[in-house]
Design a protein around this ligand. Sequence first.
Ligand SMILES: NC(=O)c1ccc[n+]([C@@H]2O[C@H](COP(=O)([O-])OP(=O)(O)OC[C@H]3O[C@@H](n4cnc5c(N)ncnc54)[C@H](OP(=O)(O)O)[C@@H]3O)[C@@H](O)[C@H]2O)c1
Length: 284
Amino acid sequence: MESTRQFALITGATGGIGAETAELMASKKHDLILTARSEENLKLFACRLEETYKITAIIFQADLTAKKERDRLISFIRDNNFQIEFLINNAGFGDYGVFSTSKRSLNEKMIQVNITALTHFTREFLPDMLRRGHGRIMNVASMAGFMPGPVMSVYYASKAYVQSFSQAVAEEVRGSGVTVTALCPGPVSTDFLTKSSYEKAFIMKLLKPANPKDIARFGYKAMMKGKTMAIPGAVNRFLLLTVRLAPRRLIVSMLNKLHRKTSTPVEKSVIISEDGFLQDSSSR
Ligand SMILES: NC(=O)c1ccc[n+]([C@@H]2O[C@H](COP(=O)([O-])OP(=O)(O)OC[C@H]3O[C@@H](n4cnc5c(N)ncnc54)[C@H](OP(=O)(O)O)[C@@H]3O)[C@@H](O)[C@H]2O)c1
């Protein structure tokens, strides 16, 4: 007999968009399974959510780069007969810098978290949702998925995968009662920008990062409505129109320039040269 305990599984729940989505879903009385690498943060966060919203928040510490850890999480869910009614594939990270000098291991881990884990969990929980005739999946993509991103090539490409994969599966399951949503935010003010060093890119001077709470709210609404593509903010929708109308070659070249130019906190401009090293712009 199927368990009646329904949960929202949220990956990358310790910060940013994932934590805001968890808080929002807790406030709407959804029980949660929260996962990330930092157990201490998970514990504190889950305790606060349980106390504040009187829900169940189960934590599961896992590094999603490892298949073994992802399998461990899946077994934990199966062994406890938990039903995943909402799957929020949110965990992800980026790395700012030219590809030729990028860290190989970091690229691999990025692909594992941004692409492989998301695909793995979708494949695992989607059939159960289809059998039941209901369920919601939200994959956190990015505006980055709409264009190639020089100086952050693997990250941009990973988000193009998330968009393409989500749209394709959403179409496959249309009419089944199960929906798949790709949430595509522009820059959001979270640790992502610092951890990836993307905040150093000059382009970040031109864009105002959104509040993660607003992005979580937008994503949740879109997911509940069963929307396939969720693009928060008029600026992002306008940018998307530009990207679609302009020749792709022009977009990539412009983004290359905007991404190579960096700005330090003291407003000094530097450029990343072809070999990946920083140069003072005044010396050019
Ligand atoms: N911030 C932006 O500008 C922006 C824009 C568009 C899309 N996004 C996307 O939004 C999603 C959430 O990012 P965020 O901005 O909220 O960043 P964040 O604040 O850095 O949160 C990332 C979350 O992912 C978890 N995580 C990272 N690596 C992991 C791993 N190997 N295994 C398990 N969990 C891992 C982190 O927890 P631990 O460190 O504890 O593991 C954290 O909870 C990502 O997919 C990102 O690509 C972000």
